[in-house]
Write a protein that binds this ligand. Structure first.
Ligand SMILES: CC(C)(COP(=O)(O)OP(=O)(O)OC[C@H]1O[C@@H](n2cnc3c(N)ncnc32)[C@H](O)[C@@H]1OP(=O)(O)O)[C@@H](O)C(=O)NCCC(=O)NCCS
Length: 188
């Protein structure tokens, strides 16, 4: 599995996946181009046999303690093999490098697969935005991750000699998570 930083030349391939994955509320090419060029954005792609099969983006303003997962998509034929988790790991790793403490995202209430991915990495639900996704009239689930806790777990998982973190719903996830109210366009 090869991942690399996204380039503006990836726009067309990314938009083909974006339109296939989000048939009713895909981003426009102009919006995606802006995201790929943004100084606050960090986009990564995954390729298979030289073909772009997935992309993901983080918004992390330099020096800010909060960041947002903007989007993550794997082509249908390439799902279920760990690529989504790998791209999410890349975004969170960049967040750690930028000194981020908390990562936020919104996910459709009718998207159990993505919710399972986020929960399995330690995201917790901190709110709901009724009818956020239009035109489908679907609620958004707002999720938050304590990134420093995630980094500790990742470190422990990478160094088998270190004592393992307690199992179950990512115990390190902080309880006091209701304070943050992420504002933004229709992400993820
Ligand atoms: C969500 C998405 C990115 C996951 O990518 P993926 O490469 O299939 O995911 P992975 O193979 O890395 O699986 C990671 C976890 O996701 C969950 N998951 C993946 N496929 C699943 C399925 N068919 N059913 C239930 N859970 C599933 C599991 O928790 C899985 O962990 P596990 O393999 O340890 O069980 C992909 O389904 C996708 O692109 N969907 C369309 C776009 C979208 O909804 N993006 C997210 C918007 S918020």
């Amino acid at each position: 599995m090869a991942t690399r930083a996204a380039a503006s030349s990836d726009l067309e391939a990314i938009m083909a996946l974006e339109r296939a994955a989000f048939p009713t509320d895909a981003w426009s090419a102009a919006m995606m181009r802006e995201e790929l060029a943004s100084p606050h954005g960090w986009y990564v792609v995954v390729e298979e046999a030289g073909r772009l099969v997935g992309y993901a983006g983080l918004r992390a303003v330099r020096g800010a303690r909060d960041a947002d997962v903007q989007t993550i998509t794997i082509s249908e034929s390439a799902r279920g093999h760990g690529r989504g988790r790998a791209l999410l790991g890349e975004l969170l790793g960049e967040g750690v490098r930028r000194g981020v403490h908390d990562v936020f995202l919104e996910v459709r209430a009718d998207n159990p697969v993505a919710q399972a991915l986020y929960l399995s990495e330690g995201f917790v639900e901190v709110g709901r935005r009724p009818r956020y996704y239009q035109p489908d009239d679907v609620d958004a689930i707002v999720m938050q991750l304590d990134l420093r806790g995630w980094a500790v777990r990742r470190h422990e998982a990478a160094s088998p000699s270190a004592p393992t973190a307690p199992e179950g719903p990512r115990a390190a996830a902080p309880a006091a998570t209701t304070s943050a109210t992420p504002i933004g366009k229709v992400w993820c």
